[in-house]
Design a protein around this ligand. Sequence first.
Ligand code: DMJ
Length: 670
Amino acid sequence: MYSGAAAGPPRRDFISVTLGPEEAVGVGGYNNSKAWRRRSYWRKWKQLSRLQRSVILFLFAFLAACGVISYTSMGEAWKSITNKSLDDQRTEQEILGLKLANPAVLPAPQKADANHGDYLELSLQKPPKPPHVRGPSNLQIKAPRRDTRLKTRPDTMRAVEELVEADKVEKTEKSVISWRGAVIEPDQSTEPPSSKITEPEKPSSVELEDQKEPMPINERQLAVIEAFRHAWKGYKDFAWGHDELKPLSKSYSEWFGLGLTLIDALDTMWILGLKEEFEEARKWVANDLVFNKNVDVNLFESTIRILGGLLSTYHLSGDSLFLEKAKDIGNRLMPAFKTPSKIPYSDVNIGRGTAHPPRWTSDSTVAEVTSIQLEFRELSRLTGDEKFQKAVDEVMKHVHTLSGKNDGLVPMFINTNSGQFTHLGVYTLGARADSYYEYLLKQWIQGGKKENELLEDYMRAIEGVKKHLLHRSEPKKLTFVGELAHGHFSAKMDHLVCFLPGTLALGAHNGLAADHMKLAETLTETCYQMYAQVETGLSPEIVHFNLHAQKGHKDVEIKPADRHNLLRPETVESLFYMYRFTGDKKYQDWGWEILQNFNRYTRVPTGGYTSINNVQNPSNPEPRDKMESFFLGETLKYMFLLFSDDIDLINLDKYVFNTEAHPLPIWVPA
Ligand code: DMJ
């Protein structure tokens, strides 16, 4: 209670505001004029004590302040709710494969260091994205659509859950992989480092077509998926993280100790839509793949399988982890080029940074030094570091000028000191020379068909093949590619040569002579006969063709030392190209026969497939106990693509396959 001075009106310690009817209605009756009301309120106000007035004023002020504060914070909260739901929608859309109006882009070629002068200025088309941004490739493809048996959405959601888990573990990486569709970025040029900056092009109609829904998977493709899963099961159970599976002994073998099969198989899993397997393998790459190892690797093999595999997986998935790994291995392989001639050594110690030729010679194999270019050139384009491309371009320029060729055909060896061909006079399209020819054409395609020396060398070589190496067998008159040794023709043909029909067809598709396509057709038939004429329906490593008809003899003869089959891809590879370019279903049927025979004679019940020693003995093909990494990297991938009618599933106007079946972008797509 408040007790005030005795004199004066008593003070009240409460506020009483009574608005009775007599206050509202004046003596003169109802008067609701504004002036009257103002006067009346004012009178009331004046009647209040000072304390009462202060309290009322304070209350008004307090309420007004509260109003202002709550208005501002509600606005913020609303804004963040709205943004969050937009973000959520975006993530979900990406995960579900929906095209965004404003898609992320492939990280532009990155600057390796600041001092590359003119070259770099030309090479960089766009400022690099911040490293944490995982953009999809400008040539990213859609994972194929499965039919109802292979449920896409649950798969996707499971993959997402795993990814969330993985993210917790891998704090450094944000790893939501986008399984979304072909996104051809209108603002991305894929020009090589050495070419001029061009204005970004709008997506062509062909590019826009890429954004169509992928086709559903058919029965034969499902059979390939099943085969892949069976192979993968063996690898996972007995060889996880090692180079190759030994499916019979349920163990593994090491070559480089770098998880070769796993890396070789990454983009195949992507293309087949095997999301869970892919994610599991990705985790291994993120956590366990280490290149800082005191180990000798073969430059060619590690380039085509590891560097190529990582680069293509980067392009398909848009996941920068793979580019980082590619850069790492690419840098570690560079010491191979430190030779007197700049022709690289065959072997590099990727931990020590030293390189050397094989112990018995200072020669390198011609195919090996001329079939690493697609990968190193692409690495330069992506990183903005010219050194990779420079090193491999120099090799090609040098080989272009060399003497010792025979109408464009090259010998099999080249000396790392002198830079000259050695062992002159022997010419083959098989082992040690094969992919030299393949990469002439494919580099020309990769670079936008501008590098004329490559085309010249390719065209001349095919003329050389026609002139010196083509013959016909008896009795079926199959055209085959033999070998020439010091002027003597040999009717020997490696299975490896069966890459040639596919390459010829690719050249014809890119505008080269139409007779290349004719030759491709006849040679594909021959390669198929190398399977069909054998007891198991599987080709041996090497065949000899009969040049003269002999009673009871087929076209194909096999020597005991050559009757093994290593699960090689070349014939299936050519079948794939031929089907893509002709649409003739017989190529699919031939591939289907081959897949069934692989299943019959090379499949190991406990998981995996094995090389065999004897393709001529169906009752005992003599399993070798080894699954080569290229069975997953190449053979099954080409099978899957062969059985697809979707030309956008690795569109051949946008991608070029390296010699290990890893698709890399064509810099200036048709
Ligand atoms: C693969 O490593 C590559 O295809 C290479 O070009 C040749 N050998 C094997 C497959 O047979």
